[in-house]
Design a protein around this ligand. Sequence first.
Ligand SMILES: [Zn+2]
Ligand SMILES: [Zn+2]
Ligand SMILES: [Zn+2]
Length: 149
Amino acid sequence: MIPSTFCDNCGARLSPPKKLFCSRRCQRKAETAKLRAEFIEAYGGKCQCPGGCDVDEPDFLSLDHIFNDGAQHRKQIRRGNIYRELKGLGWPKDRYRLLCYCCNQGRARRGGRCPHEDGATNRRESETEMDADLALVADLQAALPAASL
Ligand SMILES: [Zn+2]
Ligand SMILES: [Zn+2]
Ligand SMILES: [Zn+2]
């Protein structure tokens, strides 16, 4: 590998030039980002809501545990990297899929069925509702450290 002058993750100048990153932390961050991109592509690149959803912005997408066993699963993995684990398993599609935060939250609130499946659209009724949803997404992200990497 050719030594570069700037960190491939944060852009900090490397002195002396190292391999690619300024620190182990930057290396890990870049690896996780790369794994996450692979994960999103492997799982179809867009929200897989059965009710139909076009969200394909990677930062809105997250891993969904089809059988709602996420908490248990995260306990098993502890601090390991879930994307690495899924890659090692060949990206299994039977238990996991890609959902956007909206659908993820919608399912959680309706006991496993996304509002899209009952004909809802992503159009907002009011600003207030949107604020409430944003708060929920923040809650969700706080509750899902593994999935929000
Ligand atoms: Zn860096
Ligand atoms: Zn969706
Ligand atoms: Zn949906």
